[in-house]
Structures are given as structure tokens and as C-alpha cells.
Design a protein around this ligand. Structure first.
Ligand SMILES: *Cc1c(COP(=O)(O)O)cnc(C)c1O
Length: 398
């Protein structure tokens, strides 16, 4: 048998990632094992994706069953799992209609194209301005990365899509000064995930809703990271009580099987008339069957209540660790999307702590250079949580 060592990555893979030194080979629940058999507690869930843990039995069963029935038929045909999943999402959210894609970026790409097309249909080509926020992250397609608020990700690819403005996050006055009748969309993450786990203020989102309604602007919530139970709510908008016009979902929707969704209302959906937008794989029966099972489990009120309880325990544990070592100046987030911002002394060293944690058998994430991000599976057991926290405390001892 060939040895697939980490060195091979550097020989045959395009070097746009720098993966960890170890290679995971197996996962179950919140545990992962690498090639040497070493065990890790996983507080990353594949970046807020495996929200039911690795290889959850109920989902594996659906995957296997659908895998023997029908995987893919293209959008020239619809499928039973597609219709079932769409019906559930419509029933459980503000939305009247759903389009399926394969990733978060594609869901946002669809949302931004829909907002532009809706503006053209209803008001004309002059209504094209998109308001987004600094440090935001919306994916890596050229449109979504240009809308995202980190120029370093969109620079160096030639001319960017036009009419995109980046304003400071949580600054309603900045939006008031810029939003007008030429604006077609405001896109916002209810909690900025990648850039440091920064929650939107409730007043900010309420204010955006009002401003958007005043100027016929579509409010897009990018819930790719916050959606599907991550915050202890099925979607984060439900916590804030602010209803968007378009919502995007992906990451946890398929528990690791690629699927994304764009949700919207009847009126807005009309602008995606036949042929206006599409995807080959989006909404295939296999992905939809898996996602259907995932949301059946996660949308249960008792499941979501439990997420809030685990969250409280995790935050309490982090605070306790912090009392001992004074590492963090802020511990924030919602549900099981928690960020811990390092004090001045450790600025820029988040990745060092990730390495130390891995040495101790714990997988954690960063969110920018100064924030440790914790996103364990939403159904993490008490035992797994306690073990992970113990390994974390060991790793943070300095
Ligand atoms: C991860 C993420 C995306 C991009 O999703 P991909 O599936 O990687 O394309 C978009 N928006 C937010 C908020 C995300 O966290």
C-alpha cells in the first residue's frame, strides 16, 4: 500500500492551503483519528459544517439508502428529496421559495445576482449599488469575494465587479449616509464568522431592515456559517427578529455533504425566470436527502435548546481558563460559534495556539490572526466537551 504522507501534498497539490502536519483518516462524533492512530477532540466541525458530528448514524443511513436509489438527474428533472427539502425549508423559515446550489459562495453568488436582476426588472439598471461590510466574508467566486470586505482576497485578479461599497460593520450611520434609491442590496452576516466571530448588534440589523424597506433595497443575510442551528436558533435571524429578503445557507446544511441554498420570497423569486441562473449539481437527490435528515434533527426545539446549554458550559469553561491564564480580552459569539480574542501580549499568535492544541489532541480554529474560534458539533456529548476543554487548558498554559 502506498504511504500517503503529508509531503505528497507539497508535491502534487496546488499550494493554496497549508494543511496541518497530521492527516485525519477517520471520524466519529466529535473525535477524529489520524494516520498514526492519535485521537483528537474536534472543536472545529470542519469549519462549522459537521454539526451532527462525524459520520452520524442516522445521516449515514440516509446517505447509503439514497446512494442506492438515485444520486443525480440534473435540473432538467426534479426529484423527491429536492421537493421534500425545499418544502421543509419553506415551512420552517420566512421563505416562500428555495434554490439549491453546492456551496456557500454559490448561494451568495445566486443571492447577489438575484438582487441585481430584481432591481433591473423593477427599477432599471441604475439601481446597482451593493452595500457590504468591512472584514465580511461571502465566499471566493469573483463576485462574492469582491463583495466580501477583505481586499486582500479580491485584489490581483483584474477588474472587479463595480458598484460595491464596504462600510464599517455595526455602524448604522455609515449606512444611512450611503444607502439611496440606487442601492439594490445590503448583504450582512448576522455574526461575522471568518473575521473574528463578531456579532451584529440587534439595533444595527433592525436599522438595516428599516433602511432597506425605505429605499426598496433587498436585505441579504449570509447565514452560511450562522445557519442550521449553529447559534442555538435554526437560523440566526430568528434570534434577532429581523426578517431578511434573501437568506443564504450552506456549511452545516449537509453535515459535510456539499449543498447550499438560497431562500427568498415569492415576489423576489420571480426575477429568476427560467434560464436566468442555474447549476448542474445543485439540488441533486443525494445532497437533498442528506440535508433533509440534517434539518429534521437540528430544527427540533429540544435540540436547539441543548445547543444553548452546551454553549453556556463552553463559555463558562473558557472564562475559567481565562481567569487562570489571562489570555483573552473578549469571549463572544452565540450558541456554538464562539470566538476568544487574544490579549495584546499574544497578538497574531492564534495559529500558534492551534498547533499547540493539535499536539495535545484537540482541533480548534482561528478567526483571523487574533481570535481562537470554537465550533464543536452541536450534539457534542458532555464527556467529549469535558475532554476537549481539559486538552485546551493544557494547550493554553503559558
Ligand atoms: C464559509 C462561508 C462562505 C463560503 O462558503 P463556501 O462553501 O466555502 O463557498 C460564505 N459566507 C460565510 C459567512 C461563510 O462563513
Amino acid at each position: 500500500m502506498t504511504q500517503h504522507t503529508r509531503e505528497i501534498f507539497d508535491q502534487v497539490m496546488i499550494q493554496n492551503y497549508i494543511p496541518a502536519d497530521f492527516i485525519p483518516v477517520r471520524g466519529k462524533g466529535c473525535r477524529i483519528w489520524d494516520q498514526s492512530g492519535k485521537e483528537y477532540i474536534d472543536f472545529t466541525s470542519g469549519i462549522a459544517v459537521n454539526s451532527l458530528g462525524h459520520c452520524p448514524d442516522e445521516v449515514v443511513e440516509v446517505l447509503q439508502r439514497q446512494g442506492q436509489i438515485l444520486w443525480h438527474s440534473s435540473n432538467w428533472f426534479t426529484s423527491e428529496p429536492t421537493l421534500a427539502l425545499a418544502s421543509k425549508l419553506v415551512e420552517k423559515t420566512f421563505a416562500d421559495r428555495v434554490m439549491f446550489v453546492n456551496s456557500g459562495a454559490e448561494a451568495n453568488e445566486a443571492a447577489l445576482k438575484l438582487a441585481r436582476r430584481y432591481a433591473v426588472d423593477r427599477f432599471g439598471y441604475q439601481k446597482s449599488k451593493i452595500i457590504s461590510f468591512k472584514q465580511s466574508f461571502h465566499g471566493r467566486t469573483f463576485f462574492t469575494v469582491s463583495v466580501g470586505g477583505q481586499a486582500k482576497y479580491s485584489d490581483g485578479f483584474g477588474p472587479k465587479p463595480a458598484d460595491i461599497i464596504h462600510l464599517p460593520f455595526n455602524d448604522l450611520d455609515a449606512v444611512k449616509a450611503v444607502i439611496d434609491d440606487q442601492t439594490c442590496a445590503v448583504i450582512v452576516e448576522p455574526i461575522q464568522g471568518e473575521s473574528g466571530v463578531i456579532p451584529a448588534n440587534s439595533d444595527f440589523l433592525l436599522g438595516l431592515r428599516e433602511l432597506c424597506s425605505q429605499h426598496n433595497v433587498l436585505l441579504i443575510f449570509d447565514e452560511v456559517q450562522t445557519g442550521v442551528g449553529r447559534t442555538g436558533y435554526f437560523y440566526a435571524y430568528m434570534k434577532y427578529g429581523v426578517v431578511p429578503d434573501i437568506l443564504t445557507s450552506a456549511k452545516a446544511l449537509g453535515n459535510g455533504f456539499p449543498i447550499g441554498a438560497m431562500l427568498t420570497t415569492d415576489t423576489i423569486a420571480k426575477s429568476f425566470a427560467p434560464g436566468v441562473h442555474g447549476t448542474t449539481f445543485g439540488g441533486n437527490p443525494l445532497a437533498c436527502a442528506v440535508a433533509s435528515k440534517v434539518i429534521d434533527i437540528i430544527s427540533q426545539p429540544t435540540f436547539l435548546d441543548n445547543v444553548k446549554q452546551i454553549s453556556a458550559r463552553l463559555v463558562e469553561a473558557l472564562e475559567k481558563i481565562n481567569q487562570q491564564y489571562q489570555l483573552f480580552k473578549d469571549i463572544r459569539g452565540e450558541g456554538l460559534l464562539i470566538g476568544a480574542e487574544l490579549v495584546e501580549k499574544y497578538q497574531g499568535q492564534a495559529s500558534e495556539f492551534v498547533k499547540k492544541a493539535a499536539d495535545n489532541g484537540l482541533m480548534i480554529l482561528v478567526a483571523g490572526p487574533n481570535v481562537l474560534r470554537f465550533a464543536p458539533a452541536l450534539n457534542i456529548t458532555e464527556q467529549e466537551l469535558a475532554l476537549g476543554i481539559a486538552r485546551l487548558a493544557d494547550s493554553l498554559r503559558c
